[in-house]
Ligand binder design. Structure first.
Ligand code: NAD
Length: 321
């Protein structure tokens, strides 16, 4: 078994790389290191079954060079994080649209099963408690950069689905809800590593908006085996699956929990969205998954609690003494 992981030097991709090597697979990682890092692959760097290729998923030649002997593709490469999308809207859109089509086209040519990582962002402002795969999308204006990530990922889903329907390529789409754990960086807008970093350094923990937004967080080590199980299961192909944890918490309560867990004296400071992200930013009040479909198909059930996640991120971020 040889898997290609696009974005394999990123947060989720590096855990998936370790997992597949642990299962005895060979792994090819294609990553342009824009938000990822070779350091994320430090534990497996010397494994002869790992090949790292620095290049872009938007470059068909680079993708083609990675396809030799590949039996499964995990397409995780994307421009990720609110700050990235707002900073480089056009480049992000191109990566998230053209990159996915390039990788799907390579999978079609080589007739290889492919998993495409989508996101709970596609549900937009739908605040149903327990979003299921059939629920409607409620998104803002296409001229607001904030929604371009959701728009691109939604089109990626349609592309992946049509490659399945029209070309018979085995595809699986996963909608990841907030996924957290060691190696995730807060630099691009991810809330838990950002709060942990602030608390560990005694800086104010900055909550954007009123802090009453409800979110759910899933440990990356709960998500990764489900990616592999879904792609390996022929009956899962041609469909979309939510993957997340349904344990809910407000962002203010999360900040308090992290301050307590780090033993920090940081204060919580609320910052208006306009100050954090500029004018016109829209957030959603609640984002909670219903993962019944993935549970019924491959037994997906998150085992890590929010406390486990916070402990793991603190351990990862605390400077060694
Ligand atoms: P990440 O930023 O750590 O990983 C993305 C990786 O893709 C990085 O290593 C980056 O360098 C690479 N990349 C970006 N553009 C590229 C390009 N043009 N060519 C090659 N590589 C490129 O983020 P992550 O959290 O690990 O996200 C992985 C996937 O999961 C993404 O598709 C993301 O949209 C999706 N996702 C993540 C979350 C989450 O909470 N972490 C939630 C929903 C969806």
């Amino acid at each position: 078994m040889r898997s290609l992981i696009t974005g394999g030097a990123g947060f989720i991709g590096s855990h998936l790389t370790e997992h597949l090597l642990g299962l005895g697979h060979e792994v090819v990682v294609l990553d342009d290191l824009s938000t990822g890092s070779e350091h994320n692959l430090a534990t497996v760097r010397d494994d002869p079954r790992l090949r790292f290729v620095r290049g872009s998923v938007c470059d068909p030649d680079a993708v083609e060079r990675c396809m030799d002997g590949v039996t499964a593709v995990y397409h995780l490469a994307a421009a990720v994080g609110v700050f990235t999308i707002l900073d480089k809207p056009l480049e992000s859109l191109r990566t998230n649209l053209a990159g996915t089509e390039t990788v799907l086209e390579a999978a079609r040519r080589h007739d290889v099963p492919i998993l495409v990582a989508s996101t709970s962002e596609v549900y937009g402002k739908n605040t149903t408690a327990g979003l299921s795969e059939e629920d409607d999308r409620i998104v803002g204006s296409p001229l607001k950069s904030r929604w371009s990530y959701a728009e691109a990922k939604a089109l990626d889903e349609t592309l992946a689905y049509l490659y399945h329907v029209e070309h018979g390529i085995p595809t699986v789409i996963v909608r990841l809800f907030n996924t957290v754990g060691p190696r995730q960086t807060g630099r691009y807008g991810m809330v838990i590593p950002r709060f942990v970093q602030q608390a560990l350094t005694g800086a104010p923990v900055t909550v954007f908006g009123d802090g009453q937004q409800v979110r759910c967080f899933c440990h990356v080590l709960d998500v990764v085996p489900a990616l592999v199980a879904l792609l390996a299961d022929e009956t899962a192909h041609g469909a979309v699956y939510n993957l997340g944890n349904a344990e809910q918490i407000t962002i203010s309560a999360l900040a308090g929990k992290i301050i307590e867990a780090t033993g920090s004296h940081s204060e919580i400071v609320k910052i208006p969205y306009t100050e954090a992200y500029g004018d016109g930013y829209e957030d959603m009040q609640r984002r909670v998954p219903d993962c019944t479909k993935a549970r019924d198909r491959v037994g997906f059930r998150p085992h890590h609690t929010l406390e486990d996640i916070i402990r793991a991120v603190i351990k990862d971020r605390r400077p060694a003494t």
